[in-house]
Design a protein. Structure first.
Length: 374
């Protein structure tokens, strides 16, 4: 901005007395700016064409506001919980992500198009060439730049285009609200309201309701097929992924599918080779059944499924950030960003010889959260 200045710079008193127009001209001269072309978009004010242009800009801001409102409504009220396939509810659920993506995307796009159209249709057409200078700006530069900006604002006519001003404010306001709701929305529902519920973060689908037995169910890929397990079904050195099953849910298609979808349900069932040296966690010495151990499959770092198992070393690898858990040593982390051991599910067999959970996990599974002590 500041380069060589003409000797006859105005004094502070003269600057204070100058009109905005005079300051703009002075600023242009001081900045070595040569206006090659300058033309008002609407030299005659208030024509029908100008009004039409104004309405087209306002329309885009209005679309931004409406789609922002649609986003807010969808984010807060659209059915977002997983529903089993082939139902009307599933169809609505499957639209949740596209709907919030489309409405938020349309809102920001409409804001951008509105702003773009406004500059195209209302800002004066100007072609200027300016020489570049080095160093900081002088007081004269600062005063004249402020005048130039104010002048540009006035010439753009924004001050007298209340329709555009209002719709732009509305569009930006609603969009801003949407952006705010996005990170805060998750906090609206209080996950601690009922910490005894099996749906709270303290519990998993392994929690028994009314004392009903919870079996370890082998997952075959078909959510309707219920395959319960006996200890002899798993070979030494082998592992299976299992999910909870209750007899009361045998004919309940929704419950059968949900048991395999719930994020904190998957458990790794491992059978170690006889004679394998195992270190058990204090207080959990009887959580295993013979050589069979059950660990949560949910990585304690960020919740990916940790199931790449190397049976010789007993290391379980999480593919997301390479945490390794030592299942011979109560699931203790050996490498990577995870800091907590994999929670162990206490298991036994019932009178018919089927593997069952003795209780839910005794600690929360998966990543840390604020209310967790460790
Ligand atoms: S989620 Fe497993 S290492 Fe990050």
């Amino acid at each position: 901005m500041s380069g060589e200045k003409p000797d006859n710079l105005p004094s502070e008193a003269e600057l204070a007395d100058m009109s905005r127009d005079e300051l703009v001209r002075l600023g242009t001269k001081l900045d070595d700016v040569e206006l090659v072309h300058y033309e008002e978009r609407w030299p005659v004010k208030g024509t029908r064409a100008e009004k039409r242009a104004e309405r087209s800009v306002a329309l885009w801001f209005l679309i931004a506001a409406l789609s922002g409102l649609a986003f807010l409504a969808a984010f807060l009220f659209w059915p977002w919980k997983y529903e089993t396939p082939n139902t009307d509810a599933h169809f609505l659920f499957s639209l949740y992500t596209p709907i919030i993506g489309l409405t938020l995307g349309l809102s920001i796009t409409a804001l951008g198009v509105g702003a773009l159209l406004y500059t195209k249709k209302f800002l004066p057409e100007e072609l200027a060439v300016q020489q570049r200078h080095e160093g900081g700006s002088s007081e004269v530069d600062k005063a004249t730049v402020v005048a130039e900006l104010a002048d540009a604002g006035e010439r753009s006519g924004l001050g007298r285009r209340s329709l555009i001003k209002r719709t732009a404010g509305l569009g930006a306001g609603v969009f801003g609200l949407g952006v705010l709701v996005l990170p805060l929305g998750g906090l609206v529902r209080n996950p601690w309201a009922d910490s005894d519920s099996k749906d709270s973060l303290w519990h998993t689908g392994w929690k028994s309701e009314n004392g009903e037995k919870v079996y370890l169910r082998n997952y075959t890929g078909d959510p309707h097929e219920v395959q319960l397990l006996r200890p002899e079904d798993i070979e030494a050195g082998g592992f299976l992924t299992v999910f909870p099953f209750r007899e009361s849910e045998r004919n309940d298609e929704h419950a059968l599918i949900m048991a395999t979808k719930r994020a904190d349900n998957p458990v790794m069932l491992l059978r170690f080779r006889p004679g394998q040296q195992i270190v058990k966690r204090a207080g959990q010495e009887d959580f295993n059944y013979g050589d069979i151990y059950a660990y949560s499959k949910v990585c304690t770092h960020l919740g990916c499924p940790a199931s790449l198992y190397e049976q010789q070393t007993g290391l379980l690898l999480c593919p997301c950030h390479q945490s390794q858990f030592d299942v011979f040593h109560y699931g203790k982390p050996r490498f990577g960003p995870a800091t907590r051991a994999l929670p162990q599910l206490p298991i036994t067999v019932d009178e018919d010889g089927y593997l069952i959970a003795r209780s839910d996990f005794i600690e929360a599974v998966g990543p840390a959260f604020w209310e967790r002590k460790s």
